[in-house]
Design a protein around this ligand. Structure first.
Ligand SMILES: NC(=O)c1ccc[n+]([C@@H]2O[C@H](COP(=O)([O-])OP(=O)(O)OC[C@H]3O[C@@H](n4cnc5c(N)ncnc54)[C@H](O)[C@@H]3O)[C@@H](O)[C@H]2O)c1
Length: 181
């Protein structure tokens, strides 16, 4: 079952996503420093998901929050244009440094996952790790098509035609993303 990390989980959008995912029976972890969000937004869910009160710009915290998750839904932010004009450094730190920290942690884990999977010598597991690393590499931020193609080739060579399952669907998504770049 996939695991989701929601940043800014105590905020308006993050908490609504958390309610929707948990109602669907998904596994959810959430991170929020409660600087502007409200604990009450997720109060009814606290025993149903892994809530961490932490700052996304703190690298150890975001690295630990990203560990073992399949999807990162990044909603943590300091909103409000007037606020950003009053205190541009604070908005820049939360929104720019924060987003970069989340992306960096996701990319590091995508790379580590391939290396960890190789130790198992399980071809499907390695192929899966390559597919997810490829999807991370070719997102619109990293735009690393070359790494994505290499991951795609590696995954393709490990999957047998008989193994038609969800992994092929994700591989197809990776191929489409590469073509669109
Ligand atoms: N609400 C809307 O209608 C709307 C519309 C379009 C886009 N957005 C965007 O969606 C995102 C979320 O919006 P929202 O309305 O849920 O905002 P919100 O203020 O309700 O939630 C943001 C959450 O991020 C948390 N946060 C801020 N800095 C943090 C940090 N450094 N570490 C950890 N947590 C931190 C806050 O405590 C808060 O809980 C923002 O990027 C916003 O611009 C919102």
């Amino acid at each position: 079952m996939p695991k989701y990390l929601i940043t800014g989980v105590a905020g308006f959008i993050g908490s609504n996503i958390a309610h929707a995912l948990i109602a669907r029976g998904e596994q959810v972890r959430g991170i929020d420093d409660l600087s502007h969000g409200r604990r009450e937004n997720v109060a009814g869910l606290l025993n149903q998901f892994d809530f961490r009160e932490a700052d996304i710009t703190d690298l150890p915290s975001i690295r630990s929050a990203c560990e073992g998750v399949d999807y990162v839904l990044h909603q943590a932010a300091l909103g409000s244009v007037p606020r950003s004009l009053d205190n541009p450094l604070a908005s820049n730190h939360a929104n720019v440094v924060g987003t970069l920290s989340v992306l960096q942690a996701a990319r590091e884990y995508a790379r580590e996952a391939v290396e960890a999977a190789k130790h198992t010598q399980n071809q499907r597991l390695i192929a899966r790790a390559y597919v997810w690393r490829g999807l991370t590499s070719c997102n619109s931020f990293f735009n690393d098509t070359e790494d994505a193609k290499n991951c795609c080739d590696a995954a393709n060579s490990m999957l047998r035609a008989v193994d038609y399952d969800d992994l092929w669907e994700v591989l197809r998504m990776l191929i489409q993303n590469i073509i669109l770049q």
